[in-house]
Design a protein around this ligand. Sequence first.
Ligand SMILES: C[S@@+](CC[C@H](N)C(=O)[O-])C[C@H]1O[C@@H](n2cnc3c(N)ncnc32)[C@H](O)[C@@H]1O
Length: 388
Amino acid sequence: MRMRRKKWARPELDACAWVVKDCDRYRGRWRTLFPKDQPLHVELGCGKGVSTCEMAWAERNINFVAIDISTDVLGVARRNIAARYGAESVDNIRLAVKECTLIGQTFSAGDRVERIYISFCNPWNQRSRHKKRRLTHSRQLMQYRDFLVDGGEIWFKTDDDALFDESIGYFMECGFEIRFLTRDLHASGFSPNYVSEHERMFSEQGIKTKFLIAAKRSLAAAPDLLKRRRRAAPDMTTLCYIEKDDRCLLIHRNRRESDGNYGKWLGIGGHFERGESPDECVLREVREETGLTLTDYAFRGVVTFVSGDWVEYMYLYTASAFEGELTGECDEGDIQWVDKARMKDLPMWAGDRVFLRLLEEGCPFFSLKLTYEKDELIAVELNGRRQG
Ligand SMILES: C[S@@+](CC[C@H](N)C(=O)[O-])C[C@H]1O[C@@H](n2cnc3c(N)ncnc32)[C@H](O)[C@@H]1O
């Protein structure tokens, strides 16, 4: 259930010395934010911090970073922690607002994280394409591997059987060994266990807590991963501008402040599923996000995005005919027909304006490379030639 807006949350977080603002700045330097250099544990999706404050209070020889995507929820966590610590200084907890599917932007190997906690994350069971948003999905685990030390652990709790069973597969696939597993944590005698808000809620309904500890095997111990890592490195996506008369169908990414594209207007598209061709991917993405079936479309070019370690190859399409009705049910933002003449006034990535201009000018099939430094476009190459 969505929490009601808490107007006080943002100002209180802003004023709090142990809340880390603009947290990606500390990538590789998290240990410097604590007065004592001691093991670093990270909690993803900490919610209201009910177990965080008990755990950190009991384990003062550990430094904790607790992260949640929601400012309102983290505001409650801050209050709970402040109440637990009372007059004592909160010296071993730091809080941060962050979308955990992008956590690789926040931590690096230099942070030497020794343990990650994931408790009662969203199971994303309704649609199979949403499973990749799970905080235990292989895509996530490969990010965690980058900043978790060899032998470092992930402690994972859930009420959800399907999520638990499938997560075991993700852990095995990503070079983790399962060190402990129980389908009834409270009957298992495992200690110490700090009960989270959702753990208590589900227990009261008679739903058992499934729990496992997975330890990261080193690359030397899991050599298959090297191959997988190389293969999985770049993101592969499609993007389509669907045109009708003088209008173009765009999505306004306005659902979550932590979305890397938050506030921007984009074409319709998304990631490839395994084994899909670009055409299959774009048709599926358009159908899933808009309800429309493209009947006339063209592959116009390939865009290579580079920003630091991140690489994405995007297959760019335009479409001029479709069947079906616009459903407008997209959980990433509002989908709207926009007058083409108005598009230049909308907030967009600088690089998107470059390929939109090429499309509008009818440029033959092209290869465009866009290099960003953080959010700033710093280089453009068209068909191998540096522009500007
Ligand atoms: C069901 S609650 C669990 C909270 C707490 N761990 C517990 O066990 O009670 C899930 C929490 O994860 C947060 N969350 C969901 N998706 C997230 C994401 N992608 N990144 C960061 N936090 C996320 C939500 O805001 C919410 O507070």
